[in-house]
Design a protein around this ligand. Structure first.
Ligand code: ZN
Length: 80
């Protein structure tokens, strides 16, 4: 995945989804990132979670379970 800062990810997401509250999204991303560092795993398969996607859907999920794709090279992951 392409690493991206939380701020940049919020910017990109807001551009595509003007209804999302940027402050709330940023707070959720920070919280999910912390949970990942604390060992949170995909609730479906137990793989490490995808922070960017998990923050958007509100559940701890990995990339494959969220998107149904195995190839994550075109997608972003937040680094904090
Ligand atoms: Zn999974």
């Amino acid at each position: 995945m392409t690493p991206i800062s939380i701020k940049k990810f919020v910017e990109l997401t807001i551009n595509n989804n003007p209804d999302i509250n940027p402050k709330e999204l940023e707070e959720t991303l920070r919280a999910v990132l912390e949970e990942k560092e604390g060992g949170a795993r995909c609730m479906n398969c137990g793989a490490p979670i995808w922070v960017a996607g998990s923050a958007l859907v509100g559940s701890h999920m990995c990339f494959t379970c969220l998107t149904g794709e195995a190839d994550d090279s075109d997608d972003f992951e937040v680094l904090g």
